[in-house]
Design a protein around this ligand. Sequence first.
Ligand code: MLT
Length: 204
Amino acid sequence: MRPQPDFLHEFVPGNSRRTLLLLHGTGGNERDLLPLGREIDPNASLLSPRGKILENGMPRFFRRLAEGVFDLEDLKTRTNELADFVTDAVRHYKLAADDIVGVGYSNGANIAASMLLLRPEIMHAATLFRAMVPLVPDKLPDLSSVRVWIGAGNQDPIIPTSETQRLVELLRRAGADVTIRFFEAGHGLTSDDLTAAHGWLKSR
Ligand code: MLT
């Protein structure tokens, strides 16, 4: 075991068993999603790493060749690295390993989806804002005990609604319980996204 979780990160203790794993978008950092995390779950602990890739100085969680075209080898490596970080952080901060909820925006949502597909043991639920299909694994994992909420923008210039549907279908084929919401929005988050994600998390 590594002595310290090896991503730059923020950790904010909460007063429930749940931990939100906050994964920022391209150009974000480990502090970006802390207010969002607090808003969608006022009681959870917050664990928020900074992506290790730099694209023109902007942090990301994995490399891409162009917008929406991912370096799949790097994505797989980075997904495993992030999953190992979460495992280390669970030990280090004494978190409940069975109550980790991934909360990702854009690039962060894409690596969260990748982690569901490649390392299904890490998260038992996820809220994905503006996500696309990160990769299609050779063998689908068993996600029958995993719940996923996806928030999409019906005018998103980066993610067509058909791509969101493809992600929904992939996760459902793996057995996940998927809720999809389309908002009157583009790629950016709206207060409707946060209200809906808050309601979904509260009902669990
Ligand atoms: C990605 O690279 O993960 C997606 O294109 C979303 C983005 O970060 O712009």
